[in-house]
Design a protein around this ligand. Structure first.
Ligand SMILES: Nc1ncnc2c1ncn2[C@@H]1O[C@H](COP(=O)(O)OP(=O)(O)OP(=O)(O)O)[C@@H](O)[C@H]1O
Length: 719
C-alpha cells in the first residue's frame, strides 16, 4: 500500500531527469525507471515485437554487434514508423546507447550517416514518448492536485470538527508533527480513492443491475407478446378446424345424398334387370314354341307361322330396341357409376388433403406446445437469473468488504448472465423469426387450402347440379321406359292370348296333318319304289347316241349321217351303192347336232335320283377321238350354266336332293376320277406319282372291279 505513492513521487522526478538526460549519459537508471513506472504500459507498445518476431535490439545483436554493418534495407526497415512504434522504449534506449558506445569506442566519435539517421529517428521516437509521458504526468499531477485540495478542504472540516478538545488538537498536532504531511495526504488520498472506487463500482453495479432488470422486463414483455400471438394463432387454428369440420360435414351429407341416389339408381337397375329377365323368359318360351312350330315341315303351317314370325320379329325388334335402350341406359349407368367412382376418388383425395392439413395443424400445435415449453424453460431461466441476481445483490450488500473478489466474481457472473441473456435473446429472436416464418407459411397454406377448398366446393356444387340434372333425366327416361314397358307388357299379354288361341286352333287343324305326316314316310317309300320300278321298266341299260355339230373351222362339211330319227339313225357307207350303202342303227334316243346339254341330261336326270334311293348308276360316254365325249360329260372349257356337262349337272342335282332331305337323311357325296388307258388305271386326283398307275387286269386277266385304293375327295358343291 505504501510503496505505490512513493513510486508515483519518484517516478515523476526520475522521468523528468531522464528527459533532461536524453543524451544517454546514464542508461541503467532509465531502465529501472521505465520498468518500474506505472505509466509505462500506456506509452509502451502492446506488442513489443517487430515484424520479424524479435525484439527490436535483438536484430542488432544477431548481426554481430555492429550498427555500421547493418544493411541499408534493414536500417530503412527499422526506421519505419510501424517498427519504431512497435518497439518498446527500453529497446529504443538500448539502441541509442549501443550506437553511442560503438561510435565512442570503435569509431572515435564518428557515426555513419545511415546509423545517424536511425539514431535520429530513435531519439525522436523516445522524445515523442517522453513528451506524451510528460503530458500524462501533468494531467495526473493536476488530478492529484485537485484531489489534494479536496482532501485538504475535508481535512480542514475534520480539523474543525476535531478542534472540540485541545487534547485532541494537541494529539492531532503531534500526529501532524510526528508524521510527514505526505503520509497523511497519502492516507486521505487512499481513503478517498477507495471511497471513489467503491462509489464508482456501486454505480456501475447499480447500472448493470438496472440494465439487467430492464432486459428482464423487456424479455417478459416479449414473452407476453409471444403468448398473445400464440393465443391468436390458437384461435386461428381453432377457427380453421371448425371450418374444416363444417366442410367435412358438408362432404359427408353430400356423400350420403350420393349414396341414396346410387341406391335409388341400383333399385331401378334391379327393376330393369327383372324386366329384362321376364322378357328373356318370355322370349325363350316364345322361341321354344317357334322352334316347335318350325320343326313341322308343312308349308301351310309355315305360312301361318310366318305371320306369327313376322309378329315375333316385330316383337324381337321391339325387344332388341328395348335391349339397346337398356344397354344405352346401362352405358349411362356405367358412366354415372364411373362419375360416382371418380367423385368418390376426389372425395378420398380431399379427405387425404384434409388429413394432411390436420397433420400439419397437429404438427404446428406440437410446435406451439414445444415453443411454449421452451418459453417456460426460458422463463425459468429468467426467473433463475433474477433469483441469482437477487442473491448476488444480497451478497453484494453483505460482502462489501470483500468487494474486489466479489466484484470479479460478480462481473464474471454478470458477463456469463449477459452472455446467457444474449444467447437466450438470440435464441428467442431466432425462434421468433422461425415461428413468424412458420406462421406466415401456415397462413399461406391455410389461405391456399381455403382457396382450393372454395374452388373444390364450387366444382362440387357444379357436379352436384349436373348429377341432379342427369338423375332427373334418368328418372324421366326410366319413367318413360316403365310406361313403354307397361304398354309392351300389355301388348305381349294380348299377343300371348292371341298366340295361345291360334295355337289351340292350329293344334285342331294340325291333327289331320300330323296323321298325314305319320303316313308320309311310308308313302314316300312307296313312291321311291314305284319310281325305280318305272326306271327298270324303261330299261336298266340305255344307249343314247349324240351327233355333234361341225366344229367351227372344220373344212369339209360332209357327214355320213343320212337321217336322224327319234330312236334310229341312218348312216350312208360311201364305199357301197344303193340300199346296201345305207345302214340303220337303233338307240334308246338320238340327240342331233342341235341338241343342247340340258336336253341330254333331261333323260339321265331320273337315274341320279335313283342314286340317292340306294341304286348304283353308271353313265359313260363312248366314241372315237373328237366325237364329243368330254363335251357331253363335262362341258367345254369355261363352261356356263347353259353348257355344263352331265357330271356337273348330276352333282348339282345330288346336292339339291340331299339338301331337301337333310332333315331326315344326311348324304355324303364324294368323287374319284380315274383314267383307264392302255390297260392302266390312273388316279387323276392324287398328287403322289409313286402310286399313280394301277393295272386294270389282275394276274388272272380278270378286270379289277373294285378300285378301293383310289383317292376319294368329299365335295360339298360344284363351284
Ligand atoms: N354337241 C357339241 N356341240 C358343239 N361342239 C361340240 C359338241 N360335241 C363336241 N364338240 C366339240 O368337238 C370338239 C371335240 O370334242 P371332245 O373333245 O369332247 O371330243 P372327245 O371325244 O372327248 O375327244 P377325245 O377322245 O380325243 O378326248 C371340241 O372342240 C368340242 O367343243
Amino acid at each position: 500500500m505504501n510503496s505505490q505513492p512513493n513510486n508515483h513521487s519518484t517516478e515523476s522526478k526520475e522521468v523528468g531527469s531522464s528527459s533532461s538526460n536524453s543524451s544517454g549519459n546514464n542508461n541503467l537508471p532509465q531502465k529501472k525507471i521505465l520498468s518500474d513506472s506505472k505509466f509505462q504500459p500506456m506509452t509502451e507498445p502492446p506488442g513489443a515485437l517487430n515484424q520479424f518476431g524479435h525484439r527490436f535490439p535483438d536484430v542488432f545483436q544477431q548481426k554481430g554487434g555492429s550498427y555500421a554493418d547493418l544493411p541499408a534495407a534493414k536500417i530503412s526497415e527499422l526506421m519505419k514508423s510501424s517498427s519504431l512504434d512497435n518497439a518498446p522504449t527500453q529497446s529504443l534506449l538500448s539502441v541509442v546507447n549501443g550506437i553511442l558506445e560503438e561510435s565512442v569506442e570503435r569509431r572515435n566519435g564518428e557515426i555513419p550517416p545511415r546509423v545517424a539517421c536511425l539514431l535520429r529517428k530513435v531519439v525522436q521516437e523516445i522524445e515523442r514518448r517522453i513528451s506524451t509521458q510528460q503530458g500524462h504526468l501533468r494531467t495526473q499531477n493536476n488530478l492529484f492536485k485537485t484531489r489534494e485540495e479536496k482532501y485538504q478542504s475535508r481535512i480542514r472540516v475534520l480539523e474543525a470538527l476535531a478542534s472540540g478538545t485541545k487534547e485532541e488538537n494537541i494529539i492531532i498536532k503531534e500526529e501532524k508533527i510526528a508524521h510527514d504531511s505526505k503520509p497523511i495526504e497519502k492516507i486521505v488520498i487512499e481513503e478517498k480513492k477507495t471511497n471513489d472506487t467503491n462509489h464508482e463500482e456501486k454505480t456501475k453495479e447499480d447500472e448493470k443491475k438496472k440494465e439487467i432488470d430492464r432486459e428482464v422486463i423487456r424479455l417478459m414483455k416479449e414473452v407476453e407478446d409471444k403468448n398473445m400471438e400464440k393465443k391468436e394463432i390458437d384461435k386461428e387454428v381453432k377457427r380453421l378446424i371448425k371450418d374444416m369440420e363444417g366442410k367435412n360435414a358438408e362432404i359427408s351429407t353430400f356423400k350420403q345424398e350420393l349414396e341414396a341416389m346410387k341406391k335409388r339408381y341400383e333399385e331401378k337397375n334391379a327393376e330393369i334387370s327383372t324386366f329384362k329377365q321376364e322378357l328373356e323368359a318370355m322370349k325363350k318360351r316364345y322361341e321354344e314354341k317357334c322352334s316347335k312350330m318350325e320343326n313341322m315341315e308343312r308349308k301351310e303351317i309355315h305360312k301361318e307361322v310366318e305371320g306369327k314370325n313376322m309378329k315375333r320379329n316385330e316383337i324381337d325388334e321391339e325387344v332388341m330396341r328395348l335391349k339397346k335402350e337398356v344397354e344405352g341406359k346401362n352405358m349411362e349407368k356405367k358412366e354415372i357409376d364411373e362419375e360416382v367412382m371418380r367423385l368418390k376418388k376426389e372425395v378420398e383425395g380431399k379427405n387425404m388433403e384434409k388429413k394432411e392439413i390436420d397433420e400439419e395443424v397437429m404438427r404446428l400445435k406440437k410446435e406451439v406446445e414445444e415453443k411454449s415449453i421452451e418459453k417456460k424453460e426460458v422463463d425459468k431461466v429468467v426467473i433463475r437469473l433474477i433469483k441469482e441476481l437477487e442473491e448476488k445483490n444480497m451478497e453484494i450488500s453483505t460482502t462489501k468488504q470483500e468487494l474486489e473478489s466479489t466484484k470479479n466474481r460478480y462481473e464474471e457472473q454478470c458477463s456469463k448472465l449477459e452472455s446467457e441473456v444474449k444467447d437466450a435473446k438470440g435464441e428467442l429472436k431466432q425462434k421468433l423469426q422461425e415461428y413468424e416464418a412458420k406462421m406466415e407459411k401456415l397462413r399461406n397454406t391455410v389461405r391456399e387450402s381455403e382457396a382450393i377448398m372454395e374452388s373444390k366446393y364450387q366444382k362440387w356444387n357444379m357436379k352436384q347440379k349436373i348429377m341432379q340434372k342427369a338423375m332427373s333425366f334418368q328418372f324421366s327416361s326410366i319413367q318413360k321406359l316403365n310406361l313403354a314397358w307397361e304398354s309392351i307388357k300389355q301388348d305381349v299379354v294380348k299377343e300371348r292370348m292371341i298366340y295361345s288361341e291360334e295355337c289351340n286352333r292350329l293344334g285342331v287343324n294340325l291333327k289331320p296333318l300330323v296323321n298325314a305326316a305319320e303316313n308320309y314316310q311310308t308313302v314316300l317309300a312307296e313312291n321311291r319304289k314305284i319310281f325305280n320300278e318305272l326306271q327298270e321298266l324303261k330299261g336298266n341299260i340305255r344307249v343314247y347316241c349324240r351327233v355333234r355339230p361341225f366344229i367351227p373351222g372344220q373344212k369339209e362339211k360332209q357327214s355320213i349321217v343320212e337321217r336322224i330319227g327319234e330312236s334310229d339313225l341312218v348312216v350312208a357307207n360311201p364305199s357301197k351303192l344303193g340300199k346296201e350303202a345305207l345302214k340303220t342303227f337303233k338307240f334308246n334316243k338320238i340327240f342331233g347336232p342341235t341338241s343342247t346339254q340340258a336336253e341330254v341330261y333331261d333323260d339321265i336326270q331320273a337315274f341320279i335320283r335313283s342314286v340317292l334311293d340306294g341304286f348304283n348308276v353308271c353313265i359313260f360316254a363312248y366314241g372315237q377321238t373328237g366325237s364329243g365325249k368330254t363335251y357331253t360329260m363335262s362341258g367345254p372349257n369355261n363352261a356356263t350354266n347353259e353348257n355344263l356337262g352331265v357330271n356337273y349337272r348330276a352333282l348339282n342335282d345330288l346336292f339339291n336332293i340331299s339338301s331337301s332331305r337333310q332333315s331326315s337323311i344326311v348324304y355324303d357325296i364324294g368323287v374319284q376320277i380315274i383314267e383307264i388307258y392302255n390297260e392302266q388305271v390312273r388316279d387323276l386326283l392324287t398328287t403322289d406319282t409313286a402310286i399313280k398307275k394301277y393295272p386294270f387286269f389282275n394276274r388272272y386277266r380278270r378286270c379289277i372291279m373294285c378300285i378301293n385304293f383310289l383317292l376319294r375327295i368329299r365335295i360339298l358343291c360344284t363351284y
